[in-house]
Design a protein around this ligand. Structure first.
Ligand SMILES: [Fe+2]
Length: 173
């Protein structure tokens, strides 16, 4: 039975799905921007390429859940296109330590995504939208794994950057 609380739960859930859909599109753009300008850190490039594939699947999962609520795709495109540009500022193409700044920003971004999925899982559980939960959990796991990888490689990447600079090699990207 529809109650005011259930209506609010569903509304917040659907808004959250649309938001994360936009965030994932922004993630694709950020990954592409970095891959276009990344030559000396093949391990990072490889990881970004793999996570790009995961990100595309995450978008499909969100669309599948939204389809179940009869939400139209045309509105989603709008949401993706009207994203605020502030996240785009985390492209650090002109910084001498671009590789490090991007790595820190990626870590922040992956944690933002993980928090979004955690929030959606709580809404799905509370609202009885049980079909969504396994899809959201899969995406959450991918975001957490990516964040963990970035965290684990932060120290080594920093030292790699120092070695390249000390050797007079291109170190920024
Ligand atoms: Fe991600």
């Amino acid at each position: 039975m529809a109650t005011p609380r259930n209506d609010v739960l569903q509304s917040v859930f659907i808004t959250g799905l649309k938001n994360v859909h936009g965030v994932e599109h922004q993630a694709l753009a950020l990954i592409d921007r970095q891959l276009n300008h990344l030559t000396n850190y093949p391990e990072v490039a490889d990881k970004l390429r793999k996570h790009r594939v995961e990100t595309e699947q995450q978008i499909v999962r969100v669309e599948e859940i939204l389809d179940g609520f009869g939400e139209s795709r045309s509105l989603l495109k709008d949401a993706a296109l009207t994203l605020s540009g502030n996240l785009a500022a985390i492209a650090h193409v002109f910084a001498p330590d671009e590789i490090l700044k991007n790595s820190f920003a990626n870590f922040a971004f992956e944690n933002f995504e993980a928090a979004s999925y955690n929030s959606l899982i709580a809404l799905a559980d509370a609202g009885g939208f049980g079909k969504a939960t396994p899809l959201l959990r899969t995406s959450l796991g991918e975001e957490q794994a990516m964040a963990a990888w970035l965290d684990e490689h932060n120290a080594a990447l920093t030292l790699q950057y120092v070695e390249r600079r000390a050797a007079g090699e291109t170190a920024s990207h």
